[in-house]
Design a protein around this ligand. Structure first.
Ligand SMILES: [Zn+2]
Ligand SMILES: [Zn+2]
Length: 341
């Protein structure tokens, strides 16, 4: 399957968490977590329209300044989502600079604090020297934080002694063009293909006219049936900095269920289980067990502790072995009856 999201860890498996999701063909991108990103070229970061922050420990949030610097003179809105208190952290960051020359700037930051039962929106506009303003009344939180025509983003608050938010980004419907049929039909590829896809995704009526050229309008259904392959959307799940507790396991397996890929932290080896638990982090085996229980297709572990430098291969091997169910340490998790610490 051709993937719409092209997920990429900007700092690999060992650097700060920052997962870039490029939306193929759309010129749009999402970022999950905001660790240091100063080695990523600006053109890679500019398509980002929303950032989903797990929590504001430094290694997950220090990239904020870099993103701000790149976006400041742009006529755009950058949206940030994260656990309740994120807006306080953004406000604190912004208070660290002087904003007397930004009155003409159109750049705006919108922050959504995801609380237990409701989300609260805040706006920080450059032209108002980033003074904090509330955006409308709080809204009930039901698990979905973004419902875009192309994708949805769900969030689940996990226990890391503070909230560490896990996310799942799911493409609504995956639409591929049959390029061979298109070529044979003599129609020229163009923007109309995106118009067609958008209309199909939005559930537009079958007779909706699609303008292939100014002189050539055809009904949506005919073009869809001839040119598009419609398959279920791709799903990317993201879990970092969390304790392996019954509550967290239940939330992760629900959120990540059936994901095409789960990006999961694995900072510790199982041999250091005690330390992992004390620090509210997962071991590699626990990451593998979560992936298996959630029935994901692929597990990508990252956020390795530098203490294992030279042994990163062991972390990956431990996680993948548990994921594959080879002599599982956390057997039965998928049926909800594992022995949990
Ligand atoms: Zn971390
Ligand atoms: Zn943390």
């Amino acid at each position: 399957m051709k993937s719409t999201f092209r997920p990429r860890l900007l700092n690999g498996q060992t650097g700060d968490p920052a997962l870039l999701l490029n939306l193929r063909w759309q010129g749009r991108a999402l970022l999950v977590d905001l660790g240091r990103i100063d080695r990523t070229p600006a053109p890679v970061l500019l398509p980002i329209e929303a950032v989903f922050v797990s929590h504001t420990h430094m290694d997950h949030f220090m990239g904020f300044d870099q993103l701000l610097r790149i976006f400041l003179a742009r006529d755009t809105t950058l949206r940030l989502y994260g656990p309740a208190g994120l807006a306080d952290c953004v406000e604190g960051k912004l208070a660290g600079y002087t904003w007397n020359l930004t009155d003409e700037y159109a750049f705006t930051i919108e922050v959504t604090d995801i609380g237990e039962r409701q989300t609260t929106g805040w706006r920080f506009a450059a032209r108002r020297r980033f003074a904090r303003e509330m955006v409308g009344p709080p809204r009930p939180f039901t698990g979905v934080v973004v419902a875009d025509p192309v994708f949805t983003v769900e969030a689940a608050p996990l226990d890391h002694r503070i909230v560490s938010m896990a996310y799942a980004v799911t493409e609504r419907t995956h639409l591929n063009v049959r390029t061979d049929v298109l070529a044979a039909s003599g129609l020229r590829p163009g923007r109309w293909l995106n118009v067609l896809k958008d209309a199909v995704r939005a559930g537009a009526p079958p007779d909706t006219p699609i303008e292939v050229t100014p002189e050539d309008r055809r009904p949506l259904a005919a073009l869809r049936d001839e040119l598009l392959v419609v398959t279920p959307g791709q799903k990317v799940a993201y879990v970092v900095d969390t304790l392996f507790s019954p509550g967290n396991v239940a939330k992760v397996t629900r959120l990540a269920a059936g994901a095409d890929v789960l990006f999961c932290e694995a900072p510790f080896l199982e041999e250091d289980l005690e330390q992992a638990t004390r620090r509210y982090h997962l071991t590699a085996a626990q990451a593998g067990a979560l992936a298996r229980a959630a029935g994901v297709r692929r597990l990508q572990v990252f956020h390795f502790s530098p203490r294992y430098e030279g042994r990163y291969g062991e972390i990956i091997a431990e996680a993948q072995a548990e994921f594959a169910g080879q002599e599982p340490r956390y057997g039965g998790l998928e049926r909800g009856r594992a022995a949990l610490p």
